[in-house]
Design a protein around this ligand. Sequence first.
Ligand code: ZN
Length: 138
Amino acid sequence: MKSFRKVLTFNTRGRREFINISADVEGALSESGITEGLCLVNAMHITASVFINDAESGLLQDFDDWLEELAPHEPVSGYRHNGAEDNGDAHLKRQVMGREVVVAITGGRLDFGPWEQIFYGEFDGRRPKRVLIKIIGE
Ligand code: ZN
């Protein structure tokens, strides 16, 4: 069995942002030389997510609006977590959107369903944050 590890780094300009990382993951898969196996992609921070959904700008804005309704950033005093920090909302948003995805690798390709794309969801950006890609197989 082969194993491959790669870390991507993102530093978003805004506090919240969604980034399509499908091409980065496909690049890591080619680099790995693995053609059959599993690919794990996870956010390495507790205020960011990795998730799979449709690459459609309306939907991404809907996610952002929905998350902001569920856990508004302001007022920051509304969260017990905030004190030294102001990212109580970002922890909750990450929890809803998830930490990681696992994608099957078949014939050297990510074995996606229709319209599936991998996204990095940032909820407390403006600093370097990492995403781990781990691929195992043969
Ligand atoms: Zn925090």
